[in-house]
Write a new protein. Structure first.
Length: 150
C-alpha cells in the first residue's frame, strides 16, 4: 500500500474515532474515542465511559479492546489497528500491549498522562505507532471540553 493510501485510510478511521469522541462529549464524558480496525473493517467502536459507569478503567481504548476481542473470539488483536483520538495513558498502553495490537494510531498527545513519557515500552515490541493524525481536530475537542468545565 502506498503512503498516500495509508494516510487516507488513517484519516478515515480517525474520523470515526472522532465521531465516538463527540458522542462522549455529548454525554458529558471526556471526549476520547477509539475504533479497532481489522482487515479494513471496523470491529469495535467505543468512547470514554468513566462517568457513566463510575469506573476509572472505562477508557475508550479499554472498551474498544474488550469489544474487539469479543468480536474476534480471542484475547489477541495482532491483525488489528487501534485508532484513538488522544495518546493512550499508561493503563491503556499496558492493555494495548497485552492485546498485541500490531498498530496504534492516535491524534493528539497527552502531555500530562500519555504513555510515551512514562511507559514508552508498554506496547508489544512489534507494534507500530503513528501519531498526529487529525491532531488539531482531536486537540480542539479536548480543549473545548475542559474550557467549558472551568
Amino acid at each position: 500500500m502506498s503512503t498516500d493510501e495509508q494516510i487516507k485510510k488513517d484519516m478515515y478511521f480517525m474520523q470515526r474515532a472522532i465521531d465516538e469522541a463527540k458522542a462522549a462529549y455529548r454525554e458529558g464524558e471526556i471526549p476520547i474515542g477509539a475504533v479497532v480496525v481489522c482487515r479494513d473493517r471496523i470491529i469495535a467502536r467505543a468512547h470514554n465511559l468513566t462517568e457513566t459507569l463510575n469506573d476509572v478503567t472505562a477508557h475508550a481504548e479499554m472498551q474498544a479492546i474488550t469489544i474487539a476481542e469479543s468480536e474476534l473470539g480471542g484475547k489477541y488483536l495482532q491483525d488489528c489497528t487501534l485508532y484513538v483520538t488522544v495518546e493512550p495513558c499508561i493503563m491503556c498502553a499496558g492493555a494495548i500491549g497485552w492485546a498485541q495490537l500490531h498498530r496504534i494510531v492516535y491524534g493528539c498527545p497527552d502531555i500530562k498522562r500519555g504513555y510515551h513519557e512514562y511507559a514508552p515500552k508498554a506496547f508489544h515490541p512489534k507494534a507500530n505507532v503513528t501519531s498526529g493524525v487529525l491532531e488539531e481536530e482531536c486537540k480542539a475537542l479536548m480543549q473545548r471540553f475542559f474550557q467549558e468545565r472551568r
